[in-house]
Ligand binder design. Structure first.
Ligand code: NAD
Ligand code: GLY
Length: 366
């Protein structure tokens, strides 16, 4: 594992809640990167049964000089465990170790661990500091940044949560070496997302480097993570609590969340559902007049080349509509979609049910 000379840095500008995202290989082995954290007697690394054997010992060793005790908690692995019961294991551990208001939580893992640890940090003793150490591509380019924390409810995805910013995000690119191929593809969905909603030059770059990204070329990955974080930082810096602009980051997510909860959490990966959801949102955008068929085709081909599904599961139109009405963007029962008003630009708006049904008929498996 090569150690990084000097990590890339992206700043999230949120006044007193500002923080840095550090990006580089081998970062979790380097104590210096944690030097700016508030001092505390104890720390708790929250991770899961898959990630713990790979990286928990290394992070614990790195943090040992800074805290009197660094405990490790292993949660069960999977989206199906992003729930109250598993969240409570974090509170059990914090209380069991006598953690106080200064105790620092470290989320070591993918978006599931990150979202749950962030929510625990937001609520334990009304808020303790936490650090994101994302180990999936999806978490490095999206979920660890911006302070959205949540658990799922059987009726809806990420329905219970809080906005709560980490003190630091440390993206160790070396951890991506152990990620299964399906998870790499899932992460690429969120990378691709930033192109059509915000940055056509980045979309061109992704198309030119998609094979290198799938093959985990280190410099391609480093650029993809950095540019994704820059775009997310710019959006979150303008609209931390999603009163408007930030909603564009949910391109593909209204359809995608319906796929995830409709099939049962964990059946499709979040990134797979988002990838397919972007295809569906692109078709809706075309029907609403924002983009042409050639752009829908271009996006669909890229999503497919990233190894993601582009045909949606046949849940039935009524079920899709029912699930999408529970989406957080809905207002007074009206579903609101993030659609492209032109390539490189997204807006949020409603759409007639009849049009959504046409999209579902076009995009779902027979
Ligand atoms: P995940 O957390 O389930 O991780 C994917 C799998 O990879 C898991 O089995 C995990 O144990 C394993 N893993 C993690 N790192 C590994 C490594 N380095 N080597 C080998 N295996 C590793 O899934 P994810 O895709 O990281 O995150 C999806 C979650 O993120 C969803 O719950 C989604 O709702 C959430 N999310 C949140 C935000 C946000 O802004 N907070 C944004 C996007 C997604
Ligand atoms: N992943 C969407 C957001 O952070 O707003």
């Amino acid at each position: 594992m090569p150690l990084s000379a000097s990590p890339e840095r992206v700043e999230i500008e949120l006044g007193e809640r500002s923080y840095s995202i550090l990006i580089g290989a081998g970062l979790l082995h380097e104590p210096g990167h944690f030097a700016t954290l508030p001092s505390a007697a104890t720390a708790l690394i929250v991770t899961n049964t898959t990630v713990a054997p790979l990286y928990a010992k290394a992070l614990q060793t790195t943090l040992a000089g800074r805290f009197r005790a660094v405990h490790v908690l292993e949660l069960p692995d999977g989206e199906a465990y992003k729930d109250w019961q598993t969240l409570n294991l974090i509170f059990d551990a914090l209380l069991g170790h006598g953690s106080d208001r200064k105790t620092v939580l470290f989320a070591l893992g993918g978006g599931v661990v990150g979202d749950m640890t962030g929510f625990a940090a937001a609520s334990y003793m009304r808020g303790v500091p936490f650090v994101q150490v994302p180990t999936t591509l999806l978490a490095q380019v999206d979920s660890s940044v911006g302070g959205k924390t949540a658990i799922n409810h059987p009726l809806g995805k990420n329905m219970i949560g809080a906005f709560y910013q980490p003190r630091l995000v440390l993206c160790d690119l070396s951890t991506l070496e152990t990620l299964p191929p399906r998870e790499m593809s899932a992460g690429l969905a969120e990378v691709i997302k930033y192109g059509p909603i915000h940055d056509m030059e980045f979309l061109d770059w992704i198309e030119a480097h998609i094979d290198a990204l799938v093959a985990r070329d280190p410099s391609a990955l480093a650029h993809a993570v950095k540019r994704s974080c820059e775009i997310k930082a710019a959006v979150v810096g303008q609209d931390e609590r999603e009163t408007g602009l930030r909603a564009i980051l949910n391109f593909g997510h209204t359809f995608g969340h319906a796929i995830e909860s409709g099939l049962g959490y964990g059946e499709w990966l979040h990134g797979e559902a988002v990838g397919c959801g972007m295809v569906m949102a692109a078709h809706l955008s075309q029907r609403l007049g924002g983009i042409d068929a050639a752009f829908v085709q271009r996006l669909t081909a890229l999503i497919q080349r990233a190894g993601l599904p582009v045909v949606a599961p046949a849940l039935g139109a009524e079920r899709y509509l029912e699930l999408m009405r529970i989406d957080k963007k809905s207002e007074a029962g009206e579903i609101r979609f993030v659609v492209l008003d032109k390539p490189g630009s997204a807006i949020m708006r409603g759409a007639p049910d009849a049009m959504v049904r046409e999209v579902l008929a076009q995009c779902c498996a027979a």
